[in-house]
Each structure stands twice: as structure tokens, then as C-alpha cells.
Design a protein around this ligand. Sequence first.
Ligand code: ADP
Length: 223
Amino acid sequence: INALIGYASLMLDRIYGDLTPRQEEGLNRIQGAAQHLLALINDILDLAKIEAGRMPLHLDDVALGEIMTEISQQIEPMVKKKQLTLSVELPSKDLKLHTDRTKVKQILLNLLSNAVKFTHHGGIWVTVSRDEEDLRFDVRDTGIGIREVDLESIWEDFRQVDQSRTREFGGTGLGLSITRKLVDALGGHVFAESVYGKGSTFTVILPLRSVVRPDDPPRIIDE
Ligand code: ADP
């Protein structure tokens, strides 16, 4: 799939010569479909690894500011492309977390890319606050919102609200399911609140110090 995406991109850059408008359209379709398939495969692999207990925690001391800077940099092009605003508020940049950096980033990137994807106007606010033992991340958007009846099912595998509409937005329907499992692995929890048509807030609560639980991998599942 990487080869499909790579060569389609070289062709679109006219490395192999000029293109007719129809050829260009065909290549764009190849690229779009291949990217979707790649995302789907990566998501399924992630889920399978988590379920098989093959995604162990790599705990380390990480500065909150560092994580948030990396995430903002990654999400900024998407935000700019849709002419939205992104605002990040932290209690302190130097606050140290003992956690799995890659998993925290994946959790927040999943929520932020959804926020961007489902918002047409306005912006996204990430507010981080802390208490004694936990860190709370609120990711708020002014997007399409989620009906109350759908607020539970969005966490299920392959679940997308309103198929026809979601198709317009793309995605695999696995992001939130993976997010919840990663948050669980770190000993935290995640939930959503929303006003349909106005926007949504996804909240992640993570312990300042995650621990490896005794039943963590390697684990054998026989069903
Ligand atoms: P995907 O984004 O790949 O469709 P997810 O598991 O990340 O899958 O999300 C599941 C569904 O939850 C989405 O398809 C969408 O219907 C809904 N959703 C998630 N985040 C938001 C959001 N910020 N605003 C509105 N709807 C959302």
C-alpha cells in the first residue's frame, strides 16, 4: 500500500511525464483509497495488538509541554487547511508525567483529528488541568455535535454516527475504540459530552503516574 501511495504521488508530481485530467483524477482516487486502506489496516493491527496483550506500556518521565507541542505541530496543518483555530491551555509546561508518551500522543491525536474532521467553522480548545493524582484533558470543538442517543455507541468498533454523513468525513470507525483501550491501559478514563449541532467535548483523565498492572502483557487469550 505504501508503494501504491508513493508511486501515485510521484506520478501526480509529473515525475513520469505529463498527465491528462482523467489520469490525474484516477491517480487521486488510487491515492485516496490506498490511504484509507492503510489507515484501516493500521487501526485493525493496533486493536488486535491491544486485545492480544501485545502493546506493553513503556513508561517514562515526560514533560507535558513537550507532548503538547508535538501534538499541536502535527495537527496544525489540518487546522489551517480548514481555517479553524486551535488553542491550548496548560497548567504548566514543565509538569512531569510518568506515562507512555506514544500512547498519550495517540489518544490526544485521535481526539483532535476527530475534532478537526467534524468541525466546519470555529475552533478547537484543549484545556489541561490537574489535581493531586490526575491530569484532565478537555478537547472541545464547535463542530456538528453528537446526539445523546449516539454518545455511547461511538466507542464501539467500526461505529460511525450516520453512515451517509460519515462517509463524507472519511475514517474507519475504530479511532475512539482504540482511544478508550489506550486510556484504560494507562489507568485512566475517557468520556464525551455534546450538544447536537453546536459541538462536543471529549474528556480524558489520566493518572500523573501510570503503573504497569500485573495482568498486563504477556497475556494469553484463548476463546
Ligand atoms: P472515525 O472518526 O474514524 O469515523 P471514531 O471511532 O474516531 O471513528 O469516531 C466514531 C464516530 O463518532 C465518528 O464517525 C463520528 O460519527 C463520531 N464523532 C467522533 N468524534 C466526533 C466529534 N468531535 N464531533 C462529532 N462527532 C464525532
